[in-house]
Design a protein around this ligand. Structure first.
Ligand SMILES: NC(=O)c1ccc[n+]([C@@H]2O[C@H](COP(=O)([O-])OP(=O)(O)OC[C@H]3O[C@@H](n4cnc5c(N)ncnc54)[C@H](OP(=O)(O)O)[C@@H]3O)[C@@H](O)[C@H]2O)c1
Length: 307
């Protein structure tokens, strides 16, 4: 059994700037776990703060950033959209009545680094970014699905240490990442999460063009996608790849391309780009002849250049 995580007593108060999908979910999880108390909540629109307070079950609504000085807190999350994090940090730094010395301030962008918070670091805060690799599309669902999410941390050591304890307390697995690796790390998570959804949408569009209704399309795609994903995660992408590319079946691929060009030409590039990636896996399987691999590579390349 792992040793219990030492938590400061009493739990620190956390102020929240930007309590949308991620901000309210983390606040509720941490508060329910008893590892923080909720201080103030600020969003530009008061209705967003009110709905967050209802969801979290606690919090004082601040009408503007200056009012946050009425709620001193040693812990702050800036969970605004990425583009607003730095300007929020600048505006907060300009609030003369907030004492930042000894505080921990973090944001949750996957791409941006803790450097976005430098204006507050200059005033004595330990700063960090803490990115949960989780889709917070539905805060209610995320409350029960968050456990075991990997949270990548980067920034000042005291902030990383405290956030490590907090995320562990709500079931997260924490890992430290180098700031320079964040763009590639984030691109990878976007591909795995958002592009999977885009792939689902593309398959549904082709099935609709084939005259297959939504219910049947879901029945076809749900087990197919789930099995492929499970296989890929279990045995690795090279071993999991099946289908026409793994078999070197160029006639089938040509027929697909002709049909997609007729019905949904906007999906041709997606088909050939992902086909080229699948071809790399087929090459690594080692069972196809060089001639077959070259013919498929040329087919995908030709389609790309003619559209
Ligand atoms: N959603 C996810 O699945 C997810 C996953 C991992 C990481 N993240 C990261 O989490 C952060 C928040 O994303 P989100 O999806 O929760 O965004 P969101 O749902 O759009 O919420 C953003 C919140 O910030 C407030 N806001 C916007 N501009 C502001 C400003 N200038 N000052 C103060 N508040 C402001 C908005 O309210 P007002 O418009 O009323 O100000 C809103 O309540 C981002 O850094 C994102 O990259 C999100």
């Amino acid at each position: 059994m792992s040793a219990p995580i030492a938590m400061p007593s009493p739990p620190p108060r956390m102020n929240i700037v930007g309590s949308g999908k991620l901000g309210r979910t983390l606040a509720r999880l941490l508060s329910d776990a008893g590892v923080i108390t909720i201080g103030a909540i600020y969003n530009r629109k008061a209705e967003h703060s009110r709905s967050a307070r209802a969801f979290i079950g606690a919090g004082n609504i601040a009408d503007n950033l200056e009012q946050l000085s009425d709620y001193p807190a040693p812990l702050w999350i800036l969970a605004t959209p990425d583009a607003a994090i730095h300007s929020c940090a600048q505006q907060l730094a300009a609030c003369a009545d907030i004492d930042w010395r000894g505080s921990v301030v973090f944001h949750s962008s996957g791409l941006k680094t803790s450097a976005e918070l430098a204006p507050l670091q200059d005033l004595g805060s330990a700063i960090a970014s803490a990115h949960p690799a989780h889709s917070f599309a539905s805060p209610e669902r995320s409350l029960t699905r968050f456990a075991s999410t990997v949270c990548t941390l980067e920034g000042d050591a005291p902030a990383i240490e405290q956030l490590g304890r907090l995320f562990s307390a709500i079931g997260g697995q924490t890992s430290v990442i180098d700031a320079s690796a964040k763009p590639l790390y984030h691109a990878a998570t976007v591909m795995a999460s958002n592009y999977l959804v885009a792939l689902l949408g593309s398959s549904q569009s082709l099935l609709a063009e084939a005259g297959i209704d939504e219910g049947l399309a879901a029945a076809i795609l749900a087990p197919l996608m789930q099995q492929s994903l499970q296989n890929g995660l279990k045995v690795g992408p090279v071993n999991a790849l099946t289908g026409p590319i793994a078999r070197g079946d160029i006639e089938t691929l040509q027929t697909h391309l002709d049909a997609i060009e007729q019905a949904h030409p906007d999906l041709l590039n997606a088909y050939t780009s992902m086909g080229a990636q699948a071809l790399k896996l087929a090459r690594q399987q080692g069972s196809l002849k060089q001639q077959q691999l070259t013919a498929m590579a040329q087919l995908f390349e030709t389609e790309k250049t003619t559209h």
